[in-house]
Structures are given as C-alpha cells and as structure tokens.
Design a protein around this ligand. Structure first.
Ligand code: GDP
Length: 341
C-alpha cells in the first residue's frame, strides 16, 4: 500500500502528519506546492515544503503554523536595526534550513534532491516531493495591481481584492517525475484540506498532473478546507468570494469534481451531502477540524477507510491503535491575530 497526499502548508501538513501516524510514515508520499517559494537575501525559501517538513519531523511551531518551535529571531531584529525593513520573518533555526537548501542547490543539486537530504537529516521517514524542480510562481492580480504571492500574503496581509491568479511558469514546468509516478502507482490519493487556489491548483495546473489523476487507478479523496462557509485559517473563503464562487464546501467539491471519487465534508456542513453526491462524488461526513495531533490521526484514518469503501477490492484500510494516540500539540490555541490579519 502507498498513500499520496497533495498538500500546501498548514492544512496539508496536519493531514500528512496524521497519515504518517495512522498508516505508517514509510508508506506516505507528500507532493507539495512550490508556487509560493521565494528568493530573499540570496536564499531559496520554500514555505510549504518547510511546513510539511517541520511538521513531519515533529519540530513545527504549533502556535504560528509556520517556522520551528522555540525558534529565535535574532537575525530579524538585527536586520531591523540595520535599517533593512524586513517583512518576511525568518527564525534563526529556520534560516539554517534555507541556507542549507540554497547551498545544496548551488552545489548542483535539484530542489527535490535538496529536500530529500534535508528530510533525511531531520529524520523524516515519509517521502516529501516538491511538485516540480522548475520555477513556478503564483502571481496575484488584485484591485491594487499585481503582487508576488508572498507580497500579497505576508506584506499586504491578503487584504487586496483578488481578480485572478496566475501560475507563472506552470505550462512550461515539468512536474516531478517521481510525483507523477507516485500518483500512477498509489493505492490511495488524498487532496489535503489545503487552499484550493493557492496550494492545490498550482500543482494541478502543470501538464500531466491532471491526466495522471484522471488515469489513476486509486480512489481520489479531497478533504474540505472550508467549514461552515469559512476557512479554518487563511484566505480560502475570501478568495472564493472574490473569484465569484460561493464560499462553501460544495463549491470546493465542484472545483475538484472531474477527478475525485470521494469528498470529506465537515459534520457542520452535513446538509450539503446530497448536493455533492449529485455531482457523482461519494461523501463522508465527519469532524474535519484538526485541533490536536489525535484529531489529525483520527481524520487520516477515517479518510483511508473511506477510500477503501470506494474501491472494488478492499485493502484492509486503517486500524488506528488508540494506544498510539497521545495528547500531542494543541492547535486550537492559535492566537486570533495569527489566524486572521
Ligand atoms: P498554507 O499554505 O499554510 O495556507 O496551507 P494550506 O493551503 O495547506 O492550508 C490552508 C487551508 O487549510 C485553509 O483553507 C484552511 O481552511 C484549511 N485548514 C487548516 N486547518 C484545517 C483543519 O484542521 N481542518 C480543515 N478541514 N481544514 C483546515
């Protein structure tokens, strides 16, 4: 059995972590968005890859959703003192990861090779794959002009009204061959509860990825990032409104309907079940809010069992050993200013 998760940052990392705990880290491949990567201070920074990496390594900061737990910001304070007006906070330990990745790339390694080495050095058993080794960048077209992704997301705190999104370079980019192969040979494929426009669509917008999904023999399950018409975190619902979609889990299901077999709907949205089933998509209704590590593993296990119901031959699904669950990090204590600007 091998499991493939399509992921962005926080939502993708949380479900991937639950998968690693519930089905076994060695059986998991995570294909991660790189369209919000950036170059800063001469460093190659990959926010989504790092969030997945730190989460699977057990060193993620549960309070911010990004960065490393217990990190310090000495470099950031010094940059401020030197009048550099930094706007992208990089912790001191986090910086060491960007320095190592940049050095590995400068020495001639590809991004995927650098990620494999970093993962190995952080003791991660799962396979983390960037969606491509080529340069793809999300450009945000807003009522205030064009923004690079991080300028929109971090500097402008996702406040400008979005008119459209451009995945620059996606048409020419070659998806990572190992990622396409993983999709072709997977026993279960999961689209994490990640931002549909900012995290998942950049992966889908590359040639061959959609075809690989359409031809995959494995059941494909998407987990909703929208609960009760709102995003758990970040701009997904705001973007849906601005791009002319109703911000609802049903609209997310519709967005993916041509290639998914199943959709995991939050129990707070149970009334949308029939509407989604009418799209020809199976529906699992459950609690999708991952407040702590046990929630992540429980949800992952439910998703795996749901996938098993959707295939003709049962694979045995996931039997989560309750004794393997522990209290874990509690994500429900996110300060509100971290969740919403
Ligand atoms: P980002 O790149 O860090 O923004 O991370 P993602 O794109 O992976 O995740 C952001 C999306 O995940 C948002 O749309 C959230 O609504 C969703 N999300 C985050 N946590 C949860 C959760 O616990 N449950 C569900 N259902 N969605 C979540």
């Amino acid at each position: 059995m091998n499991f493939v998760v399509f992921a962005g940052g926080v939502g993708g990392a949380k479900l991937s972590h639950g998968m690693a705990r519930s089905v076994g880290a060695g059986l998991l491949t995570v294909i991660v968005n790189t369209a919000d990567d950036l170059e800063m201070h001469g460093l190659h920074i990959s926010p989504d890859l790092d969030t997945v990496m730190y989460t699977l390594a057990g060193i993620a900061n549960p309070e911010t959703g990004w960065g490393i737990a217990g990190d310090t910001f000495g470099n950031f304070e010094m940059l401020q003192k030197l009048g550099m007006q930094p706007w992208f906070r990089l912790g001191d330990r986090d910086l060491a990861v960007h320095m190592t990745r940049t050095q590995l790339i400068k020495e001639g390694r590809t991004l995927s090779e650098a990620v494999a080495l970093l993962s190995q050095r952080l003791g991660i058993e799962s396979r983390i794959l960037p969606m491509t080794n080529d340069r793809v960048r999300t450009i945000v077209d807003t009522d205030e002009g064009l923004f690079s992704f991080q300028e929109y997301f971090v500097k402008a705190r996702w406040q400008p009204t979005v008119r459209s999104l451009i995945y620059e370079g996606a048409e020419e980019a070659e998806p990572l061959p190992q990622a396409v192969r993983a999709v072709e040979t997977a026993s279960t494929i999961i689209i994490a509860p990640s931002n549909l426009y900012l995290s998942i669509d950049p992966i889908l917008s590359m040639n061959d990825v959609k075809d690989a999904l359409l031809n995959a023999s494995a059941p494909i399950i998407a987990v909703t990032p929208i609960i009760g018409g709102e995003a758990v975190k970040g701009p997904a619902a705001k973007l849906m409104r601005e791009l002319g979609e109703e911000p609802s889990a049903a609209a997310v299901a519709e967005h993916y309907a041509d290639f998914i077999n199943g959709f995991v709907l939050d129990e707070r949205d149970a009334h949308l079940k029939a509407e989604i089933e009418d799209m020809g998509v199976g529906v699992l209704v459950t609690d999708t809010l991952m407040k702590d590590e046990d929630d992540r593993a429980r949800l992952a296990c439910e998703v795996v069992n749901f996938a098993d119901q959707l295939r003709p031959e049962k694979l045995g699904g996931c039997r989560l050993d309750q004794s393997a669950l522990n209290a874990g990090a509690d994500d429900s204590k996110l300060p509100s200013d971290v969740q919403n600007p």
